[in-house]
Structures are given as C-alpha cells and as structure tokens.
Ligand binder design. Structure first.
Ligand SMILES: [Zn+2]
Length: 314
C-alpha cells in the first residue's frame, strides 16, 4: 500500500514540502514510460533528451551499461509513444577522482580529477575505449542519436556558471539539502598551480559575491592559500561540484531550455533494480554520496560506479 503522501504543515510564508514523490506513483504506473506522460502533456516539449551521467574512471560495470541501455530504449519508446524527437545525452563525468591523498599533518583530503590527471585527449581516449562502440551499437539498435558532453566542457559554459553563482545567493538554505550529513557543500576549485583541490572543501571559503562573480579562498597541500574568481563569462577556473550540487546546477541550467524536456535517468528510479545483496554492498562501500569516504586512497582506474540517470525533468 502506498505510504501517505505527507507534506510539511503549511505555515504562513513557508512553502509546504513534498516529502516523497515516489509515494504518489505507487501502484499508479503500468509502464515506466508513463512516468513521463504527465510531464509531456504539461510541457509539450519539441524534443526529449535522456541524460545519462557516468563517471569516466575505468571499465564500466554491468549496472552502468544496463542504465545506459535503458536510456536508449526509453528514448525509442518515448519517441513512439509521444511522437516527439528524442535523443540521448551522455554526460561523461571526467571530474571523477583519479587520486586522493591525505595531508599527513592536518588530515585534510586532497583530490585530483581524471581531467586534471590525464588531460582532455586522454579522457577522450578513455571514452572512446569504453563507450563509443557500445553507444554506436545502442544508437543503431534503437535508431536514436546521442551526444557526448564531458563535465569539464559543461562546467565551462556561461549557463552552468551563471546558475552556480545564483545558488551561492541561497547557499544557507541549500546547504543541508546538498550535504545532509554535515552541511558543508563541496565546492572544489583546484589550485591554479597544481590542479589539486580540497576534497571536502574544508578550507574553501566564499570570500565575496557580487555582480562580478564570486571569489573563493582555499588552501593547497603544496602551495598554501590561494584565491580564485568565478565569472560567468570566463571558463576558468575549473569548478568541480559534488554530485548533488552538480545535479542541482545542471538541472536548473537545462531547465531554462523551454523546448526540450530533459530526463535524467537513475537506474533504480526507472525500475532497474540491482539484486539486494549488490545494493547492500554498494551502500556499505559508498555511504552518503558519490564522493564519500570510501574513495580515499583508491587511486587509478577502477570499476566505475557513477551511473546517474534521474527522472527530474525541469
Ligand atoms: Zn597547488
């Protein structure tokens, strides 16, 4: 039986919060694609884009490939069902941690992304090695086009940066949603000298926020304190956000495109379920979020675990 659809009590000036959208859907869906039907009817988009994000950190495991396959199949089904153009967007998360080290004196953790460790060309080679052929096959089998976008390219766009700057105005009200365990949102702006960043943003501070952008101060393991400035018109410095925060910014940026319905796919929410034992072990190994403690001291390529397909059309 469906859980009660609880909402927080309405108080003057306080919006009520929908606590569990899943409860609304319990027993109400005949097919997964019906999840989109109300959105499509309400938004009447010109096209639907299925977004699949995957951490580019080694050979994909079966679950990742399943989620990617589901995105193509859903794109095909949605096109047939709603008579709307559909496409798959592959978000290659090249900001996945390549290496994490601890400062022996302060115990602050530092990380280097795949992009910073390998560079653009080698990231492209990784994508080519593990995904291109597979995606071409899926594309052919489902008659669905796809595009590839790296996180590095995405974070450099003016739209992404403008949305990020907007979130900073509301950081106080956002931070517990973005970081429920500790309230510290992970904004990682790598050191301009070496490209390493504070993993948990322990000493990264927002120093100034005005119409010119945001100025942060942070501390590098090797180079000490540094100051960086985020300006929407400039694609530097690199802006690495933790998973929840990145999704918030990305979804707000994508949501400004009124013609396209973006469907971010998350395997489990779309009914793809891993066996219980597997799910438990994933939860144990990676409590909380994609950049939880389990990533510590895990350098080099390893089985990727970053599939993120969420249904959160703006
Ligand atoms: Zn440095």
């Amino acid at each position: 039986m469906a859980a009660p659809n609880r909402t927080a009590p309405n108080r003057p000036g306080r919006p009520s919060l929908l606590l569990s959208p899943n409860s609304v859907l319990a027993n109400a869906l005949l097919r997964t694609i019906d999840l989109l039907r109300p959105r499509v009817h309400a938004a009447r988009p010109a096209r639907i884009e299925f977004v699949v994000g995957t951490q580019i950190n080694g050979a994909p495991h079966l679950g990742t490939n399943l989620v990617q396959t589901a995105a193509f199949l859903l794109a095909k089904t949605a096109r047939r069902e709603f008579s709307i153009d559909t496409v798959v967007r592959f978000g290659a998360l090249d900001n996945a941690p390549h290496e994490v080290v601890l400062d022996p004196e302060t115990h602050h953790a530092y990380q280097q992304t795949y992009y910073h460790a390998l560079g653009k060309d080698q990231v492209a080679a990784l994508i080519d090695t593990y995904y291109t052929q597979f995606f071409n096959s899926l594309s052919e089998a489902t008659d669905t086009d796809y595009v590839v976008e790296t996180y590095t390219d995405q974070q450099a766009t003016p739209g992404f940066r403008a949305e990020f700057l907007r979130t900073l105005e509301r950081l106080e009200s956002l931070r517990w949603w973005m970081a429920p365990s500790h309230g510290t949102v992970h904004i990682r702006i790598p050191c301009p000298g070496c490209g390493w960043a504070e993993k948990r943003a322990d000493r990264t501070k927002l120093a100034r926020l005005d119409e010119d952008g945001a100025t942060f101060t942070a501390v590098c393991l090797d180079h000490g304190s540094y100051e960086t400035h985020i300006d929407p018109e400039d694609d530097q410095p690199y802006l690495d956000l933790a998973t929840l925060y990145r999704n918030l910014v990305k979804e707000r940026a994508l949501g400004r495109d009124g013609d396209t319905l973006h469907v971010d796919d998350e395997g489990r929410r779309l009914g793809l379920r891993l066996p219980t034992r597997r799910r438990r072990s994933r939860r144990t190994r990676h409590p909380g979020s994609a950049d939880a403690d389990a990533d510590l001291h895990a350098p080099g390529a390893r089985a990727d675990r970053g599939e993120a397909v969420q249904v959160v059309a703006a």
